[in-house]
Design a protein. Structure first.
Length: 162
């Protein structure tokens, strides 16, 4: 029963946070609902690839937060355990990067420059939130294990080791 409620909470927060940021707001304000598919415009295909990749990566992160961390993507219902598996092995903030892929893909689909500006504003806000709230909170909650993780894994740009 606990797994069921965790799934419900995870889905709810996914709809309320990235669903609104990368779905509802672009649909309402930036023309996401007015895409006209044309096979001769290759940018549309690339936009679909970016957006679909972002959705898949976001789903992987949400799953990892629930499975390993026993929590959700919401700051009010966070994981109880530090999640350093999956995409979190490569970058500390893959969810924000996944939403970035979605928004950039939507820009490619809509050709809306205001949507690209919206993404840039979102990214600045996310960066301020990560540095000002998330990282200090994780340091207090997980101590040395988070410090070690932060030393080994970059905030935004993945470091792939061979």
């Amino acid at each position: 029963m606990r797994a069921f409620w965790l799934a419900v909470r995870s889905i709810t927060w996914a709809i309320l946070l990235p669903g609104v940021v990368a779905g509802y707001i672009p649909w309402l304000f930036f023309g996401l609902g007015d895409i006209h598919w044309s096979p001769e415009v290759p940018g549309l295909y690339l936009g679909v690839v970016f957006a679909a990749s972002g959705i898949a990566l976001l789903a992987m992160c949400i799953w990892e937060f629930a499975r390993r961390g026993r929590g959700t993507l919401s700051p009010v219902d966070p994981p109880k355990e530090l999640v350093v598996q999956g995409l979190y092995r490569y970058v500390r903030n893959p969810m924000y990067l996944a939403v970035s892929l979605i928004l950039i893909g939507e820009h490619m689909l809509t050709h809306s420059w205001p949507l690209l500006v919206y993404w840039a504003v979102c990214f600045v806000i996310w960066n301020v939130f990560v540095i000002g709230y998330e990282e200090p909170t994780l340091r207090r909650q997980f101590g040395e294990s988070y410090e070690r993780y932060a030393r080994d894994v970059r905030r935004w740009i993945p470091r792939f080791r061979i």
